[in-house]
Write a protein that binds this ligand. Structure first.
Ligand code: HEM
Length: 510
């Protein structure tokens, strides 16, 4: 009897507990109907969310491509610490982000590392300025004054001089010696870019390059503080913010120094011919003339120069390095490219930029290289400024959006034999770099598309043409083409993990 009354009492307790739970769940069920329909994604842990899934590969674009495949999710939701993120892995979804809703996604997120750097106090430059009037003015200034076709053409003597120096140095190597292509190419691209930006007069070039290397390491490292922006403790333990600040300060001090050098030179001489101006000259002239329609202070100048140099040099160099590696792995393609060059140049002893127009196959090689080795595999992140829908899924305001252009460029749904290097695939059709074919967006698309396209391609085409015209190339002894190491490593762009060494044989002396 005692047991029975205890059981009744227990059941009554359970019922008493269940009724409110039932009511709550009914209420909760009602709310759920109005809850956002988030895209699918991997399971999450408390606090860190989906972060642990990213550690499955040291290359984040690989890890994200695997997850998107596993969850069959062209639009995939991830909770990265305190941040909401959505990863885009299909051309249709990419079109919605970079075309249909371009304005909503035209701002970039500012990570805790970037916020911590003094960058913000000095000016955000083009890449980090939020979408709006200020960004529009800076972008217009850059595209019309610094990176226009006319301006890029005016840097032609610099490019031809630097590439001629590269050929002379390689030709002077003892016969049979292996040449480190990775370093040679990185140097020629950095020197061309620095001369175009700051002229030949910049005396602290080595210091600047070292500082930029540091900045790249910090910006591309895995900084746990970036995922917990509200936690001072995590940021303090992480310590990246302090390092970023120190490097940024040094970087800006060096650019300040270059600005001073330019000011001194300008004050001591009459107007510089527009053809002879480097980018800093253009900045200072426009600042003096004051006809930009907006203020341009030294902070802006510093931030833009750093943007252009940091954002532009490494992707340009890695494109050339990957192209050389692919040509060594594909001797037929190499032979065809060299035949095209020698036919187009006939008896000439050097390549000039005028010759590049007659090299359609070389241009196909560059396109194919940018497909297989998309330098910015996740483009540059965007931030959702207003809740919206992508392929029927809700994307919340403040969500970080990553477009996995690398995964789309290697997806067999959109490319025939995607892992094979086949420049001919671009022969037919109209796919170009302008971001209108969302299967292929190595330079991004929409309002934020890369403004350095012409500047970059001018370098890639000339350096490649010179290397293939003046030399024949062999792999190191014992390495066969199909076994050439193609491992990747994360930098500002996806670069080769190990340097590429090749043996040159001089074919056409300069
Ligand atoms: C092969 C070489 C290059 C590749 C693959 C590349 C790729 C990209 C990509 C994917 C973006 C983001 C686009 C988006 O969000 O839709 C970007 C932005 C940018 N790139 Fe490049 N880039 C290259 C070279 C350059 C060069 C040479 C410069 C300058 C001299 C440059 C300057 C910039 C700047 C300033 C932005 C930010 C634009 C903005 O936010 O409005 N890039 N680039």
């Amino acid at each position: 009897m005692e047991n029975l009354s205890y059981s009744l009492y227990f059941m009554a307790q359970v019922l008493l507990l269940l009724i409110p739970l039932l009511l709550l769940s009914l209420k909760f069920g009602g709310v759920r109907k109005n809850q956002p329909r988030l895209p699918p994604g991997p399971w999450r842990l408390p606090i860190i969310g989906s972060l642990h899934h990213l550690f499955k590969s040291p290359l984040i674009h690989h890890a994200l491509a695997d997850l998107a495949r596993r969850y069959n999710a062209p639009v995939m939701y991830l909770q990265l610490g305190e941040l909401n993120a959505v990863v885009i892995s299909s051309p249709d979804a990419a079109r919605e982000v970079m075309k249909t809703h371009d304005v909503i996604f035209a701002t970039r997120p500012l990570s805790a590392t970037v916020r911590a750097g003094s960058m913000i106090a000095d000016g955000l430059g083009i890449a980090f300025s939020p979408y709006g009037e200020r960004w529009r003015q800076l972008r217009k200034f850059s595209t019309m004054e610094l990176l226009s076709t006319k301006r890029v053409r005016s840097f032609r003597p610099i490019r031809e001089d630097e590439t001629a120096r590269l050929v002379t140095e390689i030709a002077a190597c003892p016969p049979g010696e292996l040449v480190n292509i990775t370093i040679r190419v990185a140097t020629v691209v950095a020197n061309s870019a620095l001369r175009a930006m700051m002229g030949e007069r910049f005396r602290r070039q080595e210091e600047l390059l070292e500082c930029i290397t540091q900045a790249i390491k910090i910006a591309t490292g895995f900084n746990i503080g970036d995922f917990f922006p509200s936690s001072r403790l995590v940021r303090a333990i992480d310590g990246t913010g302090r390092k970023a600040q120190a490097v940024q300060r040094k970087l800006f001090e060096l650019v300040d120094h270059a600005v001073e050098q330019h000011r001194e030179r300008r004050s001591g001489q009459s107007a510089i011919d527009s053809e002879d101006e480097d980018m800093l000259d253009v900045f200072l002239r426009i600042q003096e003339e004051g006809d930009l329609g907006c203020s341009l202070d030294v902070g802006d100048i510093k931030a833009i120069i750093v943007d252009l140099f940091v954002g532009g040099s490494e992707p340009t160099a890695t494109t050339i390095q990957w192209a050389m590696a692919e040509l060594m792995r594909n001797p037929n393609v190499m032979q065809r490219a060299q035949t095209e060059l020698h036919c187009a140049l006939q008896d000439k002893s050097r390549v000039t930029e005028d010759d590049l127009v007659d090299l359609p196959y070389l241009k196909l090689i560059i396109k194919e290289t940018l497909r297989l080795h998309t330098p910015g595999p996740l483009l540059l992140p965007r931030e959702c400024q207003e809740a919206c829908e992508i392929l029927g899924y809700d994307v919340l305001k403040g969500t970080i959006v990553l477009v996995n252009a690398w995964a789309i460029c290697r997806d067999p749904k959109y490319w025939d034999e995607p892992e094979v290097f086949k420049p001919e695939r671009f022969k037919e059709g109209t796919t170009d770099f302008m971001g209108t074919d969302f299967r292929y967006t190595p330079f991004g698309a929409g309002r934020r598309i890369c403004p350095g396209l012409a500047f970059s391609l001018a370098n890639v085409e000339l350096v490649l043409a010179m290397l293939l015209f003046h030399f024949d190339w062999q792999l190191p002894p014992g390495v066969i083409p199909s076994e050439l190491d193609m491992a990747e490593e994360m930098g500002v762009s996806i670069r080769r993990k190990r340097d590429l060494y090749l043996k040159p044989t001089l074919r056409v002396p300069l």
